[in-house]
Design a protein around this ligand. Sequence first.
Ligand code: IPM
Ligand code: MG
Length: 365
Amino acid sequence: MLSMRLNIGIIKGDGIGPEVVTEAMKVLDKVGEVYGHEIVYTQLLMGGASIDVHGIPLTEETIQKAKQSDAVLMGSIGGDAKTSPWYQLEPEKRPEAGLLKLRKSLNLFANLRPAVLYEELEDACPLKKSITQGGFDMVILRELTGGLYFGNRSTSEVNGVLTACDELLYTEEEIRRVAKRAFEIARKRRGKVTSIDKANVLDSSRLWRKIVEEVAVEYPDIQLEHMLVDNCAMQLVKNPKQFDVILTENMFGDILSDEASMVTGSIGMLASASLNETKFGLYEPSGGSAPDIAGKNIANPIATILSAAMMLRFSFDLNQEADAIEMAVKRVLKEGYRTIDIMSDGAIEVGTQEMGSKICTYIEA
Ligand code: IPM
Ligand code: MG
């Protein structure tokens, strides 16, 4: 067995972030022990935790240290917008601005969010059995460094009327590189890409569709389908089985990935990887920082643990180790252990730490 040294940046984040990241680190340590890898963590500050120390959500130091790591594992960031002092700051100094700047600084244009319905969690799924029978397994590939999130924005008074503007801009290069990634991923899965846009209204979507079609020519083995975003929102609950790889721009991806997570039963199950052209990646649960349940040892750590598995797979090519984590998660679910968000009749309720420990016990070589 080849032993590796993994240099991992850790952003514990805000709210439930520190609790769930601690469990993911526990699982990684167990993997290191069982498979003989040395894991070195560097703690990095970002989001609210960084504001508390430095007054800003992301420092140059964090960006540099993240760049020096092989990969970064992160919990969620942000607080309660109504009560947290972080939201008294100007928008560009709030926690979320740090996350967006980090994604942009590291050029993490490809955000992968797999949504899988685990057989064991069918009871937590809000859809009818007739729709979910046999499960579903899709991955959303969300463009992450363009579009509305990064266009110019302004709020000003025009002729005495308050007016706000957000620009949605995409270049053909930005569309091409993420589209290519979608086809590559589909090749390793079931060979289908559904590209989501609003081409019946938006210019940016018409360009999106044109470029995706150009890229598709290089992948004749992959089936390409276009779908309007409103229809996609509907199809996700009507017939989620039809999807393999969903390719979409930043804002649509933000919305559709929350919806996709909910049809799997809980946002607490959804991992994500944000990748650039290199092996580097930022891995984070798709859900938020859930400040209302922070510190109570009830948050579901599985999304973060599965994000750590994605990290081993994509940034370190440690497929066996990643499989071991995913299998351990399945086994714990099969045995009936549940955090409260995925609880169902007859299951055994456990807290955040117990869930992490249970998963650790099933990590085997
Ligand atoms: C996500 C989150 C972020 C986003 C927020 C926290 C800025 O909702 O990762 O989906 O909108 O991208
Ligand atoms: Mg979101």
